[in-house]
Design a protein around this ligand. Structure first.
Ligand SMILES: [Fe+2]
Length: 234
């Protein structure tokens, strides 16, 4: 099957998943929680993020890496108590146990990637809107300063990881980096936006220029409407 062609059913399903995510709900519905988590379809065509993220990168990053984490997770949890848990619960229940490290890594990578893809769109970027935009400016003064801090944080993640905008329990906006599969879901923080800074996310398009890739996301792809709804939801 050509993964670049979304059927009408795929689009309706993607729209339903987006509505749940926008409302701050878990990424997976209650019905789906009774089976191993399945990867949501991308909410856009694979070529639509080019040239900031090329279709070739999308083909590998979604088709191989993202779907790979979901399929490895399904194999690891088949027949276990985790098979019937929502993805978020799998992550939280396996995070601190060495014996469940593989399940945690694949579950967290599946969740992080889904959150990443849902935070991007064609013709995105620019100034964040609404209360989120106002509070972001109160914290960082200017859009340029916010981007500088985020890009510096992304650059400081050693090896593979993620750069996040999060909200802490007091409602304060912060920017953090995490390594490997680690996710703010286990840190008592609410994730609002993430950029994948594993090399597989940018090497085909930017080689070793991680900062250029992150900057391009802020210029062209950040879906601030989704982030604003996440900010208002919790
Ligand atoms: Fe990735």
């Amino acid at each position: 099957m050509d993964e670049t062609k979304l059927t009408r059913r795929d689009m309706l399903r993607a729209t339903a998943m987006m509505s749940l995510a926008l409302a701050g709900a878990p990424l997976f519905s209650a019905v789906e929680a009774h089976a191993a988590p399945k990867a949501p379809q991308l909410p856009y065509a694979k070529g639509s993020l080019a040239p900031a993220i090329s279709q070739k990168t999308l083909d590998f990053h979604y088709g191989k890496h993202t779907l790979g984490y979901y399929s490895k997770l399904a194999a690891l949890i088949s027949g276990t108590k985790y098979a019937k848990m929502p993805l978020e619960d799998i992550i939280r229940s396996t995070a601190s146990n060495k014996s469940t490290r593989s399940i945690y890594n694949n579950a967290a990578q599946a969740w992080n990637h889904t959150f990443y893809w849902q935070g991007l769109k064609a013709k995105g970027g620019g100034m964040p809107p609404d209360a989120f935009g106002a509070d972001l400016m109160e914290t960082y003064s200017t859009l340029a300063h916010f981007q500088d801090v985020f890009i510096a944080t992304a650059a400081s993640v050693f090896g593979s990881g993620w750069a996040w905008i999060v909200k802490d329990k007091a409602g304060k906006i912060d920017i953090i980096g995490t390594q490997g599969a680690d996710t703010p879901l286990t840190m008592n923080k609410t994730p609002l936006f993430v950029v994948d800074v594993w090399e597989h996310a940018y090497y085909l398009d930017y080689q070793n220029r991680r900062s250029d890739y992150v900057q391009a996301i802020f210029y062209y792809l950040a879906n601030w409407d989704v982030v604003s709804k996440r900010y208002n939801a919790k």
